[in-house]
Write a protein that binds this ligand. Sequence first.
Ligand code: FAD
Length: 542
Amino acid sequence: MNDPRITPPQATDFDVAIVGAGFAGLYMLHRLREAGFTARVYEAGDGVGGTWYWNRYPGARCDIESVDYSYSFSPELEQDWQWSERYPRQPEILAYLNHVADRFDLRRDIELQTRVTAAHFDEQAGLWRVETDRGQHVTARYCVMATGCLSLPKQPDFPGVERFAGDCYLTAAWPRQDVDLTGKRVGVIGTGSTAIQVIPQVARQAAHLTVFQRTANFSVPARNGPLPAAEQQRIKADYRARRDISRDSLFGVPVPMPAAPRRTRDIPPAELRQTLETLWAQGGAMSLLAAAPDVIADPEANAIVAEFVREKIRATVKDPKVAELLCPSTHPLGTKRLCLDTEYYETYNRDNVTLVDLRATPIERITEHGLRTSDAEYPLDVLIFATGFDAMTGALNGIDIRGRGGLALKQAWAQGPQTYLGLASTGFPNMFLITGPQSPSVFSNMVVSIEQHVEWIADCMAYLRQQGIACIEASAPAQAGWVAHVADVANGTLLPQTDSWYVGANVPGKPRVFTPYLGGVGPYRQQCQQVAAKGYEGFELG
Ligand code: FAD
């Protein structure tokens, strides 16, 4: 381990360079300004909003309730903003984030249409040198990566895709103008969270929709609907308490941590059935997981709840063969992202929808006029790819990040991400990650996790400034301990066994490592607080 001390700080263009202007980058900028730091945000898109700027596909919607999937840092903001639905649609979340950018006067420090291509730590000067695709070279004492966990979509690589004569759309880069699918024969490839949102919408418009499914996923009904003003008022009257419960919870939603959770197998069957029926009727994927936490750890508990969901699928889908294809059989419930839907399974009762099982009949190629599987040709006018993301590390690896001695982050993480608390990585002083790998991140209501990281990072920088410390770096032993702890917690569950994007299995060549921290949002927050309270224990300060 190198001596973390660096030469006295030189003047920099900004105290902090922030990459990304989604929920994380916007709040980071605001918080740093409040703490008296100068900061600049670089955003590749031509608007703020991150996920909610890029993902404009029909049906794009959050699967956490609007009143919870929102910033809590400003009591005035949370009281003023009125949500129209229980689960907000993409345009509403994007409008909210634009409102936040205006309300807190953030835009003057945000450079849009500017992609950060490189960030190199200059050891001599003790600063980060940041380069953009517009030829800018800026220096900053700190670099904060607010680049998003799900911001680098996987590009479709099916053979023949370039020969397709119809229109192709990637859900994560959906055009701004309306896409009219009326009268079209549309194919959707993928049946993950996004596809489950897009499929019911497309089915309503298209002449015919063919869904190409490789893996059936578990989905829970959202029970979405308008959020009446009185109900919103009631929630907002006691907002602090609700937010506190979320912060201390397992997944960042207002379901308290069970004090003495009963094992699912110890609950009398009739009572368990009643609980599951109630949760199903209420809707909400996170609530289902939070109410029965052993579901992700105990195969027996998982089998009970999984079979309950399969029963619901069979009861909804009229054609028994189609229902069986839609019943997940390849993985335990919750070990791939549990989806939330509005009339997903019902959509397969429509005459204009066909489900194709790609496990039985894989895609051979995309042709000029459609898609050929091993047993049939499907003529199509439009292809929609809902094929997921290079999650957790994709956007970071898209930047040439170099730390001490020119060490490339890609190299340091060649066997999988290595972080301390998901916030920092050894060899990369003064660089922070928001919702980085090995933090609760995608296994939580991400706004809660983002706020916690932003506040921890800003407090850390203020502490360093106050103490006259120029450099902070995760120590190698602390990092090794954290990585081992994250793996231990994950290995106590069923999740690492499933091929999912949580383990990078959807990206060929990616090291298979389970990346989110499963210890729960509340316990994780406490650990971060303890580290700070002990003078940033596990970090080397110099
Ligand atoms: P993002 O919103 O991803 O923003 C990152 C930004 O960084 C992007 O705008 C990107 O353009 C920019 N960027 C990346 N690299 C560079 C670079 N090199 N230079 C410049 N800019 C760069 N989370 C939930 O909790 N609940 C949900 O229901 C939910 N639904 C989702 C639905 C979809 C379709 C997707 C894709 C994600 C969903 N998420 C959900 C996760 C969601 O990403 C987070 O909730 C949250 O929006 C993340 O905010 P962020 O600022 O961390 O990252």
